[in-house]
Design a protein around this ligand. Structure first.
Ligand SMILES: [Ca+2]
Length: 224
């Protein structure tokens, strides 16, 4: 067996090992927009509301940052559908807890940054790299807040200057039913949405998703 073979085997074994705590699951998914909008879904030609989405999305330098995602929103767009970018589905282990971290700034729109938990659509051909239309919503994650709210925010309240915030997925203190929805998820899709508030420009950079440990259900609220 040659050195080259050994390297190949080692690489394969590494690639097949499940991601561990602390690994950034967006490391190979253009979380910093260095490759433009590669690995992000910004074109929605089949959705009437979102037909113009792509034309409102660009990747630009901003401040000391060389490549950041930029949404440009009129008041009408801010008040209605907003502008969005979705990650492709990212494989997760629902017995684990995750943390979404995002840097952002905004000259007007408040934003809504969160993940949706996903499971396979019936009949979808299973793989580790499904497209967004092969999976369906199973769990709505908490909205990441730049105003200090922990899992209860409606909007992200992105500030005028760059800041970095995180949110845990799933949120703590869920009902048994909500936990069961999370536990049905095979993937998450990150939603970066400029919406709500005032017209303006909405910037996002350095999107990260990390496993932070076992789910550890914690205090459980009984309820429907
Ligand atoms: Ca960047």
């Amino acid at each position: 067996m040659t050195w080259k073979h050994l390297c190949c085997i080692a690489w394969t074994a590494g690639a097949l090992t499940a991601a561990g705590a602390g690994d950034n699951l967006l490391a190979d998914r253009n979380g910093g927009f260095e490759n433009g909008v590669e690995s992000w879904l910004v074109d929605f030609p089949d959705h009437d509301f979102l037909k113009g989405n792509r034309s409102l999305v660009s990747v630009v330098p901003d401040g000391g940052r060389k490549h950041v995602l930029k949404f440009t929103l009129s008041q009408t767009v801010t008040d209605n559908q907003g502008v969005q970018a979705l990650s492709h589905p990212i494989r997760v282990d629902p017995s684990k807890r995750y943390k979404l971290t995002v840097a952002a700034r905004s000259t007007g729109p408040s934003g809504r940054i969160y993940v949706m938990g996903k499971r396979w659509k019936p009949g979808a051909k299973k793989s580790n790299t499904p497209s967004n239309d092969q999976v369906r919503d199973a769990f709505k994650g908490p909205v990441l807040s730049f105003a200090g709210e922990k899992g209860t925010a409606q909007f992200s309240n992105v500030r005028r200057s760059w800041a970095t915030e995180s949110v845990e997925i799933p949120q703590r203190d869920l009902t048994d039913l909500a936990y069961s929805f999370w536990e049905n998820c095979d993937f998450v899709v990150i939603h970066l949405v400029g919406i709500g508030g005032k017209a303006g420009e909405f910037f996002v950079d350095d999107v990260k998703l990390e496993e932070v440990g076992p789910l550890g259900r914690g205090p459980i609220k009984k309820g429907k």
